[in-house]
Structures are given as structure tokens and as C-alpha cells.
Design a protein around this ligand. Structure first.
Ligand code: SF4
Ligand code: SF4
Length: 94
């Protein structure tokens, strides 16, 4: 199974974000109650692989219809800042 792409991430202040794209090779989503990007991190320098698009390595949101066995099976996800966190907007409750 291929890991889903982070199609868009609008959280510009994250160290892994450049030009609305995530460059972390595998993010983790969810804390079991909220579909937030656990990999979100603010740092003075940018990180990740600029030549690669981020993918979802694991997701703890078992209540999402795209979640199978604690893995995401959406074709791609969109992430954006909501309140004080970076949230997966593709989350869809079962
Ligand atoms: S998806 Fe997460 S790790 Fe990737 S740029 Fe957005 S907030 Fe950062
Ligand atoms: S779409 Fe659902 S399963 Fe995929 S990362 Fe977002 S919350 Fe997790």
C-alpha cells in the first residue's frame, strides 16, 4: 500500500513546509481525539526533503472513514492551521 500524499498543507510556519507543500517524508496524524498533524514543528531552519512531497506514515484517527487499521487510505490529504494546531481537513467521521 502506498502512503497517501499530503496534497496541500497551508501551515507555512511549519519547518517542513515550503510553498504550501509538506516535505516531511512521513507524517503522523492524530492524537486519538483530534486529527492534527503530530509532525508539525516550528524551527528556525527548514527541514525535510525539498525534492519529495510529504506522505502520511500513520494516523491514529480510527473514527475517520479513510482510516483502515490505523493507516490512512485517502488518495491524498489537505492540512491547514485551525486554532493552535495543524489539522487534517480530509478527516471525515464514520
Ligand atoms: S503536513 Fe504537518 S509536517 Fe507537513 S508541512 Fe504541514 S504541518 Fe508540517
Ligand atoms: S484523512 Fe482521516 S485517516 Fe487520513 S490522515 Fe486524515 S484523519 Fe487520518
Amino acid at each position: 500500500m502506498d502512503m497517501p500524499q499530503v496534497s496541500v498543507c497551508e501551515v507555512a510556519e511549519c519547518a517542513y513546509n515550503e510553498d504550501s507543500a509538506c516535505h516531511a517524508l512521513a507524517i503522523t496524524v492524530g492524537d486519538a481525539t483530534r486529527a492534527q498533524c503530530d509532525t508539525y514543528f516550528v524551527h528556525p531552519t527548514k527541514g525535510g526533503d525539498a525534492s519529495a512531497l510529504g506522505r502520511v506514515g500513520a494516523c491514529k484517527m480510527s473514527g475517520c472513514m479513510h482510516n483502515v487499521g490505523l493507516e490512512c487510505q485517502a488518495p491524498g490529504i489537505t492540512v491547514a492551521a485551525l486554532q493552535d494546531a495543524a489539522d487534517c481537513l480530509t478527516f471525515t467521521a464514520r
